[in-house]
Design a protein. Structure first.
Length: 146
């Protein structure tokens, strides 16, 4: 019984941040840049869960995918479902996009992965290093690396 209750509490805890609350502007005007490099599905998933949670608190979220994590940006990438909500990191990433986040792959990804821009999901950009460096240095931007 205790195990089931703990699972329900954990599930509710992880679900709650995914709901974007339009009236919650606790951090309005703040920006977060999530730099995701890890090939670990749990790390990718948690980065996206946290991004959605920040977005739900009024933070403008941007995502920069590099190295193996940039594969999330490919149209043909389908990751395993992550418990407890049975979602993939790319589904969580697309939810971020739907709610206003920009998602970019690092400038080195396409030329070094053998992929082309046409292979990217709709709305995914290729980051321009000068623009990304400027974004990283903005006073009201926090940079999170996974």
């Amino acid at each position: 019984m205790k195990l089931k209750l703990a699972a329900c509490v954990l599930g509710a805890t992880l679900l709650a941040p995914l709901a974007v609350q339009a009236d919650n502007h606790k951090h309005s005007g703040e920006k977060a840049l999530i730099m995701l490099n890890s090939d670990s599905l749990m790390t990718q998933g948690m980065a996206m869960v946290l991004g959605n949670a920040m977005q739900g608190q009024g933070v403008q979220v941007d995502v920069l995918l590099c190295d193996a994590a940039a594969d999330l940006a490919l149209q043909d990438t389908t990751s395993e479902l992550l418990k407890p909500n049975d979602v993939t990191p790319e589904q969580l990433m697309m939810r971020l996009q739907q709610n206003g986040a920009t998602v970019s792959v690092c400038a080195l990804y396409l030329p070094n992965s053998g992929n082309t821009q046409e292979a990217l999901r709709e709305g995914v950009e290729v980051a321009a290093p000068p623009a990304m460096a400027e974004k990283m240095m903005e006073e009201n931007t926090r940079v999170f690396t996974f």
